[in-house]
Design a protein around this ligand. Structure first.
Ligand code: ZN
Length: 198
C-alpha cells in the first residue's frame, strides 16, 4: 500500500536493506531523518560517500583503512612476528578493544564454506601465506567457532604447519556459531590466553 510519496518509500526500502533493520525500524529512521535539518542530512550523506571513496584495504593485513597501511600495521610497537587471523574487520575491532593484544592481524574477509560455494581462493588466504615469508613466529587463528570458522582454521593450519611456524587456535568457550564481535572482552581475552597448539 502506498501511504507515502515515492521518495519516502525509496528511502525506507534502502534503509530496510541494512543489516539488523526491519521494515518497521526503517520507517522510523526515515521519518526521523526527514525531521532533521538539511545540514545534518547533508553531513550524514557526505560522511557515507567520503568513507566509501577513501576507505580501502590495508596493504598488509587487509583491514579497512584510509591509508596505505592501517594504524596497527604501521605502529612499530606492535609485534609483527605474531599474526592473528580473523574473519572480518569487526572481529579485529573486538580484539583491539581489549587493549591487550600486541601482535598484528590478518583479515580474511570471510570463511571457507563449501555450502555457500566459498573456497580458499575467495578469502584473503593467499595474502596471508605471502606474509609468512617475513619473520613470523606464531599465527593465531581466531576465526569464529561456526562450522565455516572451524573449517577455515583447519585449512589454514594444514597449510602453514609444514613451514614450522607455530599455529594456534583461540580457546573455545566462545559460544558455537557466535560472532566474535558480540562476545565480551573478558571472554575474548580468556580465549586468547587459553589458545592451543594446532
Ligand atoms: Zn593493517
Amino acid at each position: 500500500m502506498d501511504f507515502y510519496s515515492g521518495h519516502i518509500n525509496k528511502l525506507i526500502d534502502e534503509l530496510a536493506k541494512l543489516p539488523g533493520i526491519g521494515s518497521k525500524s526503517a520507517g522510523r529512521l526515515a521519518f526521523h531523518l526527514m525531521g532533521l535539518p538539511k545540514e545534518r542530512i547533508e553531513r550524514l550523506a557526505k560522511a557515507i560517500t567520503e568513507a566509501k571513496e577513501h576507505v580501502r584495504y590495508c596493504g598488509q593485513c587487509h583491514t579497512l583503512t584510509d591509508r596505505e597501511l592501517c594504524p596497527i600495521c604501521s605502529n612499530p610497537k606492535r609485534d609483527a612476528r605474531t599474526i592473528m587471523v580473523v574473519e572480518t574487520p569487526r572481529d579485529l575491532a573486538a580484539y583491539e578493544k581489549t587493549g591487550r593484544y600486541e601482535g598484528v592481524y590478518h583479515v580474511l574477509h570471510g570463511a571457507i564454506s563449501p555450502m555457500l560455494g566459498i573456497g580458499p581462493g575467495d578469502i584473503k588466504l593467499k595474502e596471508l601465506i605471502q606474509r609468512l615469508q617475513d619473520e613470523v613466529e606464531e599465527v593465531i587463528i581466531a576465526t569464529n567457532s561456526s562450522l565455516e570458522g572451524e573449517t577455515t582454521a583447519m585449512y589454514i593450519s594444514k597449510l602453514i604447519k609444514p613451514s614450522g611456524i607455530r599455529v594456534t587456535r583461540i580457546a573455545s568457550g566462545v559460544p558455537v556459531g557466535g560472532d566474535l564481535e558480540y562476545i565480551d572482552e573478558v571472554t575474548l581475552l580468556r580465549a586468547l590466553e587459553g589458545r592451543t597448539e594446532l
